[in-house]
Ligand binder design. Sequence first.
Ligand code: KG4
Ligand code: ZN
Length: 347
Amino acid sequence: MKDDKEQVVILGLETSCDETAAAVVTDGRQVKSSVVASQTKLHEKYGGVVPEIASRAHIEKIYPVIQEALDQAGVGRDDIDAVAIANQPGLTIALVVGVTAAKTLSFMWGKPLIAINHLHAHLQSALLGAEKLELPAVALIVSGGHTCLYECDSPLELKLLGSTIDDAAGEAFDKVATILNLPYPGGPSIERLARKGDPKAIDFPRSLLGKGSLDFSFSGIKTAVLYHCRGQDMKGQNRVDSMNEQEVADIAASFQAAVIDVLVKKTRRAADQIGARTVLLGGGVAANGTLREAIEHMCAGSRPPRALLVAPKRYCTDNAVMVASLAYHKYKAGLFADLTLEPKATG
Ligand code: KG4
Ligand code: ZN
């Protein structure tokens, strides 16, 4: 391991879902390169990620993406101090591609291997530009596969406070987009259309679960949108086909408002419970401008106001910068994996 004065250069890899990504980051902050090969085009006709297609595309892209990340950073194997890989959670047959590549490079180059939890990496993107973290801090991580609240004492000290008991917030966006005949991925499509709609047009349910609960549930709201479009007995035609753009925009805006309402209320609840001075926001859904504003509003309106650290938009959806950045902290702490590392679907 390098001593404290020397720079630490980490190659990070990410293949947990439908993005093949590699990045070179120095000292956990200086982004030397970030390459993301998105598979959106391959999955859009299915309205969601098809694991086998994702895995095959990762196999095709992983080495070109790594090479591009090294080239863009202007570094070679000798400059790299460690290889980091997000090995959980995610789609096992997608994760295994990155894990195999990382283990191979670690072995061939004789560099340490670092295992990263993908959700913790999403949280790390909110810490990227932070000078200091005022504790206690609560983090909301909202992605396509997960919706979680953490108490965060440092990049490596995270305590799970709550998570979704059914659909993740991003999953709800994607499924509702399919109901509304909007293109995949659903989040950006809904956000775009919602700008033209009335968020108060339809009062979709907000599930807050029990008093004090920090868990989430988004399947009810998704079903409510489905009933709204197809009728309670689900026997009717999808009315969306005959709706004008304004009606569909009103559904998109009302759905988005309900999801954001729940995310903000739960984050405030968690922040109140632990007396948080800082709120962190990350994950794919954190790219949503209305959610960012709502969380900002909540933090500014708290007494005393809470500091807010939000992941830059380009590092909200899956990327490898967040993996390499978090790996720096594991490198410093001497937390290395070995070649027995396996992908894990949960985490
Ligand atoms: O973090 P991410 O890239 O992948 C996972 O770890 O799952 O998140 C992808 C999710 C998708 O469900 C996508 O629809 C959602 O993030 N998303 C958004 C926006 N951009 C991406 N949701 C709402 N508004 C957005 N602007
Ligand atoms: Zn993710």
